[in-house]
Design a protein around this ligand. Structure first.
Ligand code: AQP
Length: 339
C-alpha cells in the first residue's frame, strides 16, 4: 500500500513513437480521462525521451508528440483539470532518472521482458537507453510522488521495478521519501491484441498497418480493418467462458465491451450466437461512432499547433512546481552540495 501521507496523484505517459492506436486509447487514455474526474491530481505525459530509445526521425517525432497531445485532448483530457506535458520540457525527469540508474541493479534490468522483445536477437546493437529506460520510467512517476499509475498490462513489470527502486532508495538512505506506487490495470481492454494475430499486442510500431486501428483512421479504413480482422469460423458464444481458447474472438468482444462501456457478459447476451459476418459490422459501426469525433477533433487541433505548444509549455511550468522541490530534496538526501 502507498503511504497515506502522499497526495493521491496520478501519472502516466505514452510514447510519441508513432500514431496513437486503439490499444493506447482503450488500455490507457480512457482510464486517464475517468481518473481526472476522481479525487486525484493528474499528470499526463508524452514521453519523448523514451521514444528516442529507438531511432526516431526528428521531424516525425515533433509531429507525433503534438499529435499525441491532440489525441489526449480530443479524447477528453482537459488541460484545465490535468497537467499535460512532454517529458523533455521538464528536466527533472532525466535528472532523477540518473539517480535511479545508480539505484537500479543490472540484474533487475536484465529481467525486463520488454527489452528482450524490443531489442530482439540483436541486443548488442540496442541503445543503452533502451536497456535503462525502465529506470527513467520510475523517475517519471516518482518525480511527482505519484501514488497511482494507470497502464495497460504490458507495463506491469515496469511498475514492479518502480516499486523496487522506491523501496531500495528509501532503504539505502533511511528515509520514507518515495511512495510505493499502485498500478491501475483495469477493464476488459488492458491488452488489446493485433487484428492480424491474436497472440500479439496491438502496437504502434507493428510493421503491418492492418494489425491496428490508428486513432487517425477514417471511417472506411476502420470498417475495412475490422472486416479483415482474423477470426475463427465459429459463432460467438453466449458466455465469456466460451471465449477462453479463442484469442481473436475474445479480442473483438473485449474491444466492443470497452468501447460501449458495458461488460463482456452484456456483449455476449446481445450478440451470443451471431456469426462474425454480423458481429464485425456492428463492431465497426460502434468503433466509427466512438472514434470519429476524436479523430475529427485531433485534425482540428493539428491545424494550428501553436495552441498545443502553449498547453505543453504551461503544463511544463505547472509540472516543475511539483518536480523541482522533489528533485531538490532527493539531491539533499543523496548528498549533493548546493542542493
Ligand atoms: N495493445 C495495447 N492494449 C492495451 N494497452 C496498451 N498500451 C499500449 N498498447 C496497448 C498502453 O498504452 C500506454 C502507452 O504505451 P506506450 O506507447 O508508451 O508504449 P508501448 O506499450 O510500447 O506501446 P506500443 O504501441 O507497443 O508502442 P511501441 O510500438 O512504440 O512500442 C501504456 O500504458 C501501455 O500499457
Amino acid at each position: 500500500m502507498s503511504d497515506t501521507s502522499f497526495i493521491p496523484r496520478v501519472f502516466s505517459g505514452i510514447q510519441p513513437s508513432g500514431g496513437l492506436t486503439l490499444g493506447n486509447y482503450l488500455g490507457a487514455i480512457k482510464r486517464f480521462v475517468s481518473m481526472q474526474d476522481e479525487d486525484y491530481e493528474t499528470v499526463y505525459c508524452m514521453v519523448d525521451l523514451h521514444a528516442i530509445t529507438v531511432w526516431q526521425d526528428p521531424k516525425a517525432l515533433m509531429h507525433n508528440t503534438r499529435e499525441l497531445a491532440a489525441g489526449f485532448i480530443a479524447s477528453g483530457i482537459s488541460p484545465e483539470k490535468s497537467i499535460l506535458i512532454n517529458q523533455s520540457q521538464v528536466p527533472e525527469h532525466a535528472q532523477l532518472g540518473w539517480i535511479f540508474n545508480c539505484v537500479a541493479r543490472m540484474g533487475w534490468m536484465q529481467r525486463m521482458t520488454q527489452f528482450k522483445d524490443k531489442a530482439g536477437k540483436n541486443a548488442q546493437n540496442a541503445s543503452l537507453g533502451l536497456f535503462g529506460y525502465p529506470a527513467l520510467m520510475a523517475a517519471d512517476i516518482l518525480v511527482y510522488h505519484a501514488t497511482h499509475v494507470p497502464v495497460g498490462e504490458d507495463q506491469k513489470q515496469h511498475l514492479e521495478l518502480t516499486r523496487d527502486i522506491a523501496t531500495k532508495f528509501n532503504h539505502d538512505f533511511g528515509v520514507d521519501f518515495f511512495p510505493i506506487t499502485e498500478p491501475v490495470i483495469e477493464g476488459a481492454a488492458t491488452r488489446v491484441m493485433s487484428l492480424r494475430d491474436g497472440s500479439k499486442k496491438m502496437s504502434k510500431s507493428d510493421p503491418s498497418d492492418a494489425s491496428r486501428i490508428n486513432m487517425t483512421d477514417d471511417a472506411d479504413t476502420i470498417a475495412k480493418k475490422i472486416r479483415k480482422a482474423k477470426t475463427d469460423p465459429d459463432a460467438l458464444p453466449s458466455e465469456a467462458k466460451g471465449l477462453e481458447d479463442r484469442p481473436e474472438a475474445r479480442n473483438l468482444v473485449n474491444i466492443y465491451a470497452t468501447l460501449a462501456d458495458i461488460s463482456v457478459d452484456q456483449v455476449l447476451a446481445e450478440h451470443g450466437g451471431a456469426q462474425f459476418g454480423t458481429f464485425k459490422p456492428a463492431l465497426a459501426d460502434l468503433a466509427v461512432a466512438k472514434l470519429s469525433p476524436i479523430s475529427a477533433e485531433m485534425a482540428r487541433l493539428m491545424d494550428d499547433v501553436s495552441e498545443i505548444d502553449k498547453v505543453l509549455a504551461r503544463g511544463a511550468e505547472q509540472a516543475r512546481e511539483i518536480t523541482a522541490p522533489i528533485l531538490k530534496k532527493t539531491y539533499e538526501i543523496v548528498g549533493m552540495v548546493g542542493s
